[in-house]
Structure formats: C-alpha cells, structure tokens
Design a protein around this ligand. Structure first.
Ligand code: SF4
Length: 363
C-alpha cells in the first residue's frame, strides 16, 4: 500500500510579512503548549480513523520554529504512530530559532529543514518584513549542519520590490554556496488583503519581463551549479528532491492536521477551517469534494519537469483522450514551450512561465 504524507500546520508567526496570506496569527503567547497538545491529540485521533502509514512528515506554517525545539520534537515523536518516516522536514524562520533548536528536533528525527531566506540582500529582506539578516541565516545553516541535519532547503523570491539583476545574482550566489541541497524559488504574488496588495503601486516592483528573464537565468545557473530543476519552482542536488512535496504533485495521498491544513485521502479532499480556536476545540474538517480527477492530475503532474507519461494516464484514466492531448500539445512543442518524447509530455522552462495557460489549453 502506498504511504501517505503527513503535514502539520503551526499557525503562529512573530510578525506578519506584508505579502503573506498563509494562515497564521501573531498571538502565539500562552497558546504554544495548548496547541502542541491539541496537535498530538489530533494525530492520535486520525491514526484511529485511517488505516494508512506515512513515510514523510512536513511541519510547516506559520513559523514552526517559533514553537521551540522541545514542542516540535514532541509533535515529531507523536507523529511516529504513523510509522517510520524517511523524511521529516521542519520549516524555520532564521529570526525565530533558539540556540539548541536544531539539536532538539534532530534528536527527535528531523532530517530536513526548509529555511525562509527569500533574499540574501538584507535591504530586500527588510522590505519583505523579514527580521533576520544574512549573518543569522548563515548561523542557522551552520547550526543545522552541526546538529546532523544533512538536507537543507532555502526559499527565495523573484519579483520582489527593488530587486535588480545584481541583487538577484547575489541571492543566487548565496544559495549556491551556502551549503543548501535544495532551493525553492517562488515569484511574488500579490494576494488580495495583504499590505503589498493594497500598496502595489508604491512598491517599485520589477516588471513581468524582468522576472521572467531572472527565472530563466536562474534555471540555467542552478543547473550549472548542480541543482537540477524538478518542478516549476524547485531545484535540488541529486537525491535531495522533496519527497513530501512530490506527493502533492504526483496526486498522491496526504493528511493535513492544523487550521487551514488540507488533506486528500481515499479520493476525498477536506480541510480544517482557518481558525486555531476551533481546531483546538475539536472542530472537524470541512469536506471539499472528490479529488484526483484527470484535470487535477494534469495540472499537478505538468508542474514536474518529467511531466506526464501517456501510458500511466491510460492506466489511471482509461477514458482520457491521450491522442487529442498530443495533438493539442503540438503547437506548444513548435513554440518551444513543451517537449513530446518517448511517450511523455513535459513543459520546458519557457513553458513553465506560461504553465497556467498551456495546461488549460491541453485539458
Ligand atoms: S513568516 Fe512565513 S508564514 Fe509567517 S507571515 Fe512571514 S511569510 Fe507568512
């Protein structure tokens, strides 16, 4: 039986970044112990409900490191009722990491951290509301390595206020040389309701052409430095691809625990409301219909560099018209946006930049 991925959401942050619409509150205060206990209770509850083992655990947020190493270790230990994990990732914000944080989580089994870098240029980080400077980030990476955490991922952002080719080169250079094994690179999206959205005209944002050029330059520079692209926004040294996140893109099953966490189990999608008190109070998740249909599979799989395999599609969706997809893909192949080869269809880096419209046309 395929193993699922287990996701735990930690809904607290020290302060709210001006671009972020993830569910988190800045009122962790006295709630940290109550929340930790509530998560461990929910883990036990779900273990009794579903007869599936998990092989990846991802603790994200919010800012999991704000909970402290002891509480994160407690959650990791509790999660082991789902089996032995091959990969245990903890998201960390370099401004919220206590001295022995990495030692505590490593001794509980964490073997991967995802570090919110966003930019290696301190002035850019400040504009993004990030409190730590480059020195704290370098210390974080060294501490994690000293604690024996051998898989380090850093997040960077393209298209941020005042970003220039020179400043992006500095960030890329830092990512390549800082000891990271995995890089996630996302384009800034202006999400309704955020400070950035309300003030978009005053942000001095680079234009779309600049951001697209930086993206293509990044794909080629990271590849030269040994970070192969395996998803639209993700790059890894060989063997360091995120096993947990691959479950999302492969349309595999996962269970999400915590407010705003989503799940896909036994063909059904469901999610917890964005309400920490309700979660602690035992509110059940909301049903979100059936999942794993053909369109969804195409949307997710075509985010991956390896794309879709027509044989696999025929086995999974016998009614899918693969010949029509190939015909429609032809125009994108001619434009250099897609590749059709050996029974597979995948997007090129140029195609990734237009992925939404290319994939919509195909399905
Ligand atoms: S630390 Fe992360 S989750 Fe928290 S506000 Fe900033 S971007 Fe959002």
């Amino acid at each position: 039986m395929e193993k699922i991925g287990l996701y735990i959401h930690i809904p607290f942050c020290r302060s709210k970044c001006p671009y972020c619409d993830f569910y988190s509150s800045v009122k962790a205060g006295d709630m940290t112990d109550v929340y930790t206990d509530s998560v461990t209770e929910h883990i036990d509850l779900w273990r009794g409900r579903i007869d599936k083992k998990a092989d990846t655990l991802y603790i994200g947020g919010g800012t999991p490191s704000l909970l402290g190493g002891g509480r994160i270790a407690k959650i990791i230990e509790a999660a082991k009722v789902f089996g032995d994990f091959d990969e245990v990732t903890v998201e960390c914000n370099p401004s919220c990491v206590e001295d022995d944080f990495f030692k505590k989580i490593a001794s509980a089994g964490a073997n991967r951290i995802s570090l919110g870098l966003q930019s290696a240029v301190d002035s850019e980080r400040k504009k993004l509301g990030r409190l730590a400077g480059r020195k704290e980030i370098e210390k974080c990476i060294a501490d994690a390595e000293n604690a024996g955490i051998g898989n380090i991922s850093v997040d960077v952002m393209l298209g941020i206020p005042c970003q220039t080719e020179k400043s992006f080169d500095e960030t890329l250079g830092f990512c390549i040389s800082c000891g990271a094994d995995h890089i996630s690179a996302y384009m800034l999206k202006l999400e309704p309701g955020t400070f950035f959205y309300k003030n978009k005209d005053r942000l001095n944002l680079p234009d779309d052409d600049f951001t697209a050029d930086m993206y293509l330059k990044m794909v080629s520079q990271l590849s030269e430095a040994g970070f192969a692209q395996y998803e639209i926004s993700n790059f890894a040294k060989e063997g360091y691809e995120s096993r947990h996140n691959l479950k999302y893109w492969n349309c595999d099953e996962y269970l999400g625990i915590g407010p705003a966490a989503h799940s896909f189990i036994n063909g059904k999608r469901f999610f917890y409301n964005r309400d920490t008190d309700a979660f602690i109070g035992g509110e059940e998740p909301v049903e979100d219909g059936a999942g794993g249909g053909f369109d969804e599979y195409m949307m997710l799989r075509l985010r991956l560099k390896e794309g879709i395999d027509f044989g696999e599609i025929r086995a999974r969706y016998p009614d899918a018209d693969t010949e029509s997809i190939k015909k429609k893909a032809d125009v994108f192949v001619k434009k250099g946006l897609a590749k059709l080869c050996g029974g597979r269809l995948s997007l090129t880096p140029e195609g990734f930049l237009l992925s939404n419209s290319v994939i919509s046309s195909l399905i």
